[in-house]
Design a protein around this ligand. Structure first.
Ligand SMILES: O=C(CO)COP(=O)(O)O
Length: 262
């Protein structure tokens, strides 16, 4: 029988929000979502806002904290970098790895991202591994080949016992911050293919437990139809996560979908 996967709505704040602005946003989100726990919710502020975010969330048990990156080594001479154990001291649960902006602007490779994924799991952090094709790759018919390389490269050497801690986010590069969203059918097609790739590497049972998020201009107006797709288990949200009301509406959409699935 297929596993019931809990929806996850994760906000990637990117390079936005100072620490005090982040606290304001968290207060707003908490006021909007109340005590709901049927949907998993995570926010990923910049490193500089993690400590104050952790404090602002200390009384709330329904929003988890995520980071946007980390270095695979435990410590050492890596100027400007942050390790998994440093994140753990701020009660961080998730870490976004291999975001397309890091691949594109900071030259991150699948091999380097793979080291981070392995280090995150060793340190009890849940990796949100991001994959996705550019518009040129899509138009050249390379979408699934590109994603297969990213998924299999990113997860090389990962033990299937970690399945429940692993999240994969499909973020078509052409849909990020552009207002262009993949249609639900396009997204589902890729998500189903990712699930199959995961089954190849980790086995069907593990693949069934892994949450697959869609990211790329997800907003209240298009969330319900995306979340209704069988293999879309939540969203990784950029722009719409920077405002409490719109982020809370995405959580509501996931809650409504959970209810409709009984
Ligand atoms: O990159 C994203 C989340 O990681 C998506 O960003 P937008 O929601 O702003 O398109």
């Amino acid at each position: 029988m297929a596993t019931k996967r809990k929806y996850l709505i994760a906000g990637n704040w990117k390079m936005n929000k100072t620490a005090p602005d982040g606290v304001e946003l968290i207060k707003g989100i908490l006021a909007e979502i109340g005590t709901q726990t049927e949907v998993g919710v995570a926010i990923c502020p910049p490193f500089t806002a993690l400590e104050s975010a952790a404090k602002a969330l200390s009384e709330a048990n329904n929003i988890q904290l995520g980071a946007q990156n980390m270095h695979p080594e435990p410590d050492g001479a890596y100027t400007g970098e942050i390790s998994a154990s440093m994140l753990r001291t701020f009660y961080v649960s998730y870490v976004i790895l291999g975001h397309s902006e890091r691949r594109q602007y900071f030259g991150e490779t699948d091999a380097f991202i793979n080291q981070k994924v392995l280090a995150s799991l060793e340190n009890n952090l849940k990796p949100i591994l991001c994959v996705g094709e550019t518009i040129e790759q899509r138009e050249a018919g390379q979408t699934l080949a590109v994603i297969e390389e990213q998924v299999k490269g990113g997860l090389a050497g990962v033990d299937k016992k970690h399945a429940e801690s692993i999240v994969v986010a499909y973020e078509p590069v052409w849909a990020i911050g552009t207002g262009k969203t993949a249609t639900p059918e396009m997204a589902q097609e890729v998500h189903a293919a990712i699930r199959k790739m995961l089954a190849d590497v980790l086995g069907a049972e593990a693949a069934d437990k892994i949450r697959l998020l869609y990211g790329g201009s997800m907003k209240p107006a298009n969330a319900a139809e995306l979340l209704a797709e069988k293999d879309i288990d939540g969203g990784l949200i950029g722009g719409a996560a920077l405002e409490a009301k719109s982020f809370a509406k995405l959580v509501e959409a996931a809650a409504a979908q959970t209810k409709s699935e009984g």
